[in-house]
Design a protein. Structure first.
Length: 231
């Protein structure tokens, strides 16, 4: 059986794993090139522990792990890998999205199936920080975001107030303090932002396992489409 996630090498951004819903996989003999629907897409940002040069490490946690266990997962999933010793870079992540959705990308046979109005952003720990920062830099690219045990710049709340946000954190987190999420959530609420906040009373740093195992997260994603840019 071929791997569920294809490894894609990029020279301009990050190497990444690409998961395709069942009907889009090249091993499917009944694939219809013409009548494929547009698929919702998740950009997943891993945490510090999965940094490096082996893309299989990205499958240890989060959405990249979920799709290895659920071959019928109904989203295209793009899971980049950050090199060891580095942190998520906004310009490189933006280039990654451009590449993954471009007809000129290495995966050009599949790029037309990404629904640009249903691109969702999520990440854990270091990826939670990356989620807050990328969304603040380019809120127009996403339909909704779900940062997990991360933090951001509360001054950026004005850029995020129209973007649906569902943040998650463990109350007993001793790696990234709960206050990191609280600061962002409170800043959004002060601007009447569209924000939900789930705190797990007994969870420590790993607040992502129960989050990504919860079907309600993906149902919530699908309730949202990208809003038209005003101005």
């Amino acid at each position: 059986m071929p791997p569920l996630q294809r490894q894609v090498t990029s020279t301009n951004s990050y190497n990444y794993l690409l998961f395709l819903p069942d009907g889009l996989r090249p091993d499917r003999g009944d694939r219809n090139e013409i009548q494929q629907p547009l698929f919702p897409t998740i950009l997943f940002l891993h945490g510090a522990g999965e940094r490096g040069s082996n893309l299989d490490d990205v499958k240890k946690q989060g959405v990249a792990k979920i799709v290895e266990q659920q071959p019928d997962f109904p989203f295209i999933v793009i899971s980049p890998q950050c090199p060891r010793g580095e942190y998520w870079n906004i310009e490189r992540l933006s280039a990654l999205l451009d590449e993954a959705m471009s007809l000129d990308s290495p995966e050009s046979g599949y790029a037309p199936y990404v629904d640009p109005d249903r691109v969702y952003l999520t990440g854990l720990s270091m990826g939670g920080y990356g989620t807050w920062h990328l969304a603040a830099a380019q809120p127009q690219r996403f339909a909704a975001i779900a940062p997990i045990c991360g933090g951001g710049n509360p001054q950026a709340a004005r850029k995020l107030k129209n973007l649906p946000v569902w943040a998650f954190h463990g109350a007993k987190d001793n790696v990234v303090p709960l206050s990191a999420s609280e600061i962002m959530v409170f800043a959004l609420k002060a601007r009447d932002g569209n924000v939900k906040f789930t705190v797990y009373p007994e969870a420590a740093h790993d607040s992502w396992t129960q989050t990504y195992n919860n079907p309600e997260l993906y149902e919530w994603f699908l309730q949202h489409q990208r809003q038209p840019t005003v101005g």
